[in-house]
Design a protein around this ligand. Structure first.
Ligand code: HEC
Ligand code: HEC
Length: 460
C-alpha cells in the first residue's frame, strides 16, 4: 500500500471516528431538551405550579435543591439543572412538564450519561407529593384551560401514587401504570394488577434490540415505533396525543437513540485479567448474550439479542405474570393499530447485549443484584438488602465487585427495609426476587475466574 493512500485511509477513519463520538454527544444534548408535551397534553404537574418550582430552583440554595429533587424524588441534577423537568408556556399558562430523560438519563460512579437508566427516580413519591399539593392548588376555580390541564395532572399523580400499580422501591418503575391507560381507553376501571417493577434500561443498541422485541420480556413488537411512548401514554388524556406526536417519536428513536454509544469505563482496567475473562465469556456467556465485537475504530457492533425462555433463566416472574391480560386489552384499545405484539409460545426475558454493563447496575430486569460479582454467585449468596440512595454517585460505586456498595450496618438496613423504606432494595418484596440467572457452569468458577470476567465486562 503506498504511503499517501495509507495516510488518507487513516484520515478518513479518523473523520468517521469523530463523527460517531460527536453524534453521540449531540444525541445526548438533543435528548436532554426533548419532551412530548403537546397542545396541553402530556406528563405534567398542575398549571402554574411550576412558577414556584422554578423560583425555588433559582433561589433555593444548592443543598435544598439536592435534598428535594435529587434525594427525595430521585431526579438527576446536571449542570445545576433538574434533568427531565421543563417549564413550558401554554396559552396564558406555564406548565411543569416531565420528559423521557427524567427516567432515561442517569449517573453511574458519578458520571452523567444521557440514555442510561435513572437509578434513583421514585415515581410513587413524585406522584404522592404532587397529588397532595395539587389538590389544594386546584381549589380556586380558574380558566377552562387551567381546569382541563389540572385534571390531566391530577390523574397522572393519582395513578403514579396508587399502591395497586406503583413502585415499592426507588429506582424501579412499574409497568402496571402503563396498563392503566388501556383500561381507561376502553372505559373500565383498572383492577389490582401485578406491578411489574423494572429498572429503567439503557437505550444504546436499540436499533438491534427492537428486532427481538421492546422492553425486558419482548412481548412488544418493535417493527414500528410506538411502545417507546409507553410511559407517556398513561399520563395523557387521549390516544390522539399519541398519534399527533408519532413523527417526533420516530425522530427521537431513530436519530437520537440510534446514535447513543455506551459510556467508557472511567477507571483502570487490568488487561491481562480482562483477556482471561474474555475467554470465559466466549465459552459460557456468548451462547445467550451474543458476541461483542468492535469496528476497526473501536465502536461497538450491536447485535440482535436473543430471547430466552423463562424455564432457562428463572429470574423473578412478576414482570411476566400480567402480560397475558395486558396483551388482550391492548388489542381491544383504540391504539391497537400502533402497538403491535409479539406472540411466542413461551414467556421469558431477552438476554440483553452487555455494552456499557459496568454502568447498568443493579443487575437483572428488576435490579435485584447489586453487583456483577454477586450475579456470578449462587442466588442464596446474593445480598438480600442494599441501598438505592444516591446509587449513581461515585461514593456508592464498588470498583472491585462492579456495582453498588453494600450496607455497613446490615441489621439496621434490614430493619429499615422490613418497615418498607423506599431507599432500600429488599429482595423479599413482591417482584424483587434475586433468584435465577445461575447456571451449572458457574459452579466451577474460582474466585479469580469471577474477577477475570468482571475485568472483561468493564471493557464493554
Ligand atoms: C417513569 C420513567 C420513564 C419515562 C418517563 C420514560 N420511560 Fe422509557 N422506559 C422506562 C422503563 C421502566 C422501561 C422498561 C420497561 C420494561 O422493560 O418493562 C422503559 C423502556 C423504554 C424503551 C425500550 C428499551 C428496551 O430495551 O426495550 C424505550 C425505547 C423507551 N423506554 C423510550 C422512552 C421514551 C421515548 C420516553 C419519553 C416519551 C420514555 N421512554 C419515558 C421508564 C420510563
Ligand atoms: C441461558 C442464557 C444465559 C446465559 C448462559 C448467561 N446469561 Fe446473562 N442473562 C440472560 C438473560 C435472559 C438475562 C435477562 C434476565 C433478567 O433480566 O431477568 C441476562 C442478564 C444478564 C445480566 C444483567 C443485564 C442487566 O442489564 O442488568 C448480566 C450482567 C449478565 N446476564 C451477564 C452474564 C454473564 C457474565 C454470563 C456468563 C458468565 C451470562 N450472563 C450467561 C441469559 C443468559
Amino acid at each position: 500500500m503506498n504511503l499517501s493512500f495509507y495516510i488518507s485511509f487513516i484520515f478518513c477513519f479518523n473523520l468517521f471516528a469523530q463523527t460517531k463520538d460527536e453524534l453521540n454527544k449531540k444525541a445526548g444534548e438533543e435528548f436532554l431538551k426533548t419532551h412530548f408535551f403537546e397542545n396541553g397534553r402530556g406528563m405534567m404537574i398542575s398549571p402554574d405550579l411550576v412558577k414556584f418550582v422554578t423560583a425555588f430552583e433559582k433561589f433555593g440554595t444548592k443543598e435544598i435543591k439536592e435534598k428535594v429533587f435529587q434525594d427525595r424524588y430521585g431526579f438527576n441534577l446536571h449542570n445545576n439543572d433538574v434533568v427531565g423537568f421543563y417549564d413550558v408556556k401554554y396559552k396564558h399558562l406555564r406548565v411543569g412538564v416531565l420528559g423521557c430523560t427524567a427516567c432515561h438519563s442517569g449517573k453511574a460512579a458519578g458520571v452523567f450519561v444521557p440514555g442510561l437508566g435513572n437509578k434513583t427516580i421514585d415515581p410513587y413519591k413524585i406522584g404522592k407529593d404532587a397529588y397532595l399539593i395539587q389538590k389544594v392548588w386546584g381549589i380556586t376555580g380558574r380558566s377552562q384551560d387551567f381546569k382541563r390541564l389540572h385534571k390531566i395532572a391530577m390523574h397522572f399523580a393519582k395513578v403514579s401514587s396508587d399502591k395497586k400499580v406503583s413502585n415499592q422501591t426507588r429506582g424501579l418503575v412499574p409497568d402496571a401504570t402503563i396498563q392503566t391507560f388501556f383500561y381507561k381507553d376502553i372505559g373500565l376501571d383498572y383492577p389490582d394488577l401485578p406491578n411489574g417493577e423494572v429498572k429503567v434500561p439503557a437505550l444504546w443498541g436499540l436499533q438491534e434490540k427492537r428486532k427481538t422485541g421492546i422492553f425486558a420480556s419482548g412481548e412488544f413488537n418493535g417493527d414500528s415505533v410506538g411502545w417507546e411512548f409507553g410511559a407517556e401514554l398513561f399520563a395523557s388524556d387521549s390516544a390522539d396525543h399519541f398519534r399527533t406526536v408519532l413523527p417526533k417519536l420516530e425522530h427521537v428513536v431513530e436519530n437520537i437513540f440510534y446514535n447513543f454509544l455506551p459510556p467508557k469505563y472511567p477507571f483502570k482496567v487490568k488487561s491481562l485479567e480482562a483477556e482471561k475473562g474474555r475467554k470465559i465469556f466466549q465459552n459460557d456467556c456468548l451462547q445467550c448474550h451474543g458476541d461483542h465485537i468492535r469496528e476497526p475504530l473501536g465502536y461497538p457492533v450491536f447485535k440482535k439479542p436473543k430471547f430466552i425462555k423463562w424455564s432457562r433463566v428463572q429470574t423473578d416472574r412478576d414482570r411476566l405474570s400480567g402480560m397475558q391480560s395486558f396483551m388482550e386489552i391492548v388489542e381491544q384499545s383504540s391504539v391497537s393499530d400502533l402497538l403491535k405484539l409479539n406472540y411466542r409460545d413461551h414467556t421469558g426475558y431477552i438476554a440483553p447485549q452487555l455494552w456499557g454493563i459496568w454502568s447498568r447496575f443493579p443487575y437483572l430486569h428488576n435490579g435485584s443484584v447489586p453487583t456483577l460479582y454477586h450475579l456470578l454467585l449462587k442466588p442464596e449468596k446474593r445480598p438480600k438488602v442494599f441501598s438505592m440512595f444516591h446509587a449513581g454517585e461515585k461514593y456508592r460505586f464498588d470498583e472491585n465487585h462492579l456495582g453498588l456498595t453494600l450496607p455497613k450496618n446490615l441489621s439496621y438496613a434490614l430493619s429499615k427495609a422490613k418497615r418498607g423504606d423506599r431507599n432500600y432494595y429488599f429482595t423479599q418484596r413482591i417482584g424483587h426476587s434475586n433468584q435465577g440467572h445461575y447456571f451449572e457452569f458457574m459452579d466451577k468458577y474460582s474466585e479469580q475466574d469471577r474477577l477475570d470476567l468482571i475485568e472483561y465486562l468493564k471493557t464493554l
